[in-house]
Write a protein that binds this ligand. Sequence first.
Ligand SMILES: [Zn+2]
Length: 258
Amino acid sequence: MVFIDTHTHLYTEEFNNDRKEIILSAIGQGLSQFYLPAIDSSTTQAMLDTKNMFPDRIFLMAGLHPCSVKENFKEELKHVESFMEQHDFKGIGETGLDFYWDTTYVKEQKESLHRHIEWAIHFKKPLILHTRNSTRETINIVKPYISQGLTGIFHCFSGTAEDAAEVVDMGFFLGIGGVITFKNSGLDKVISKIDLSHIVLETDSPYLAPVPYRGKRNQSGYIPLIAQKLAEVSEVELEEVARITTSNALNIYKSSLS
Ligand SMILES: [Zn+2]
């Protein structure tokens, strides 16, 4: 079985002491590729260094995380532009809206999201969306651009069944991670109605570890635990989940298995 972690922050300091071992152990669990969403200029170098450890398996994105949108966000957006000029990238993000941690910069978050949408359309890359407490609002912003070929992933999808149906209808994918294993998250019921052809797997490491590691450091090697839960929810074999979600991930990132 081959899996892909479509959203993992393997470059953060939580992995400074054992990054290589963690990646090797994930590979041992069947993980074939790892997609690294950007946060901001403070993590760019660590992201590049991590890519260099396994250049055939690790792929980068260009973007500014909504939680890093502050007074200086225009400078940060310039940094993203210069990154795109100098490096290969497979996606735009993560971007989006976060109304959970801090709503001081909502206006700026929206402006930043619009810039990312323009980049995604221009470069024909998938848009990786972070939508904490903001699924509805993000759908409303993104929807008018679908006709221009915009597609991507609602990473860590946490909306309602209605939201999920609308995201699928827009041709976007639902990024499903550890939350689906959480008791009472309700996500399992929402996802049980969604065809696997619209779903990709992600860990969002080091955050949101699946049960039985909930609350601990997450890692890409836990993807099979998420896939197993998805198999139960969707009433299919684990192999089927691996096959379909891997193919979805390759399609969205325009990648192939080497
Ligand atoms: Zn993330």
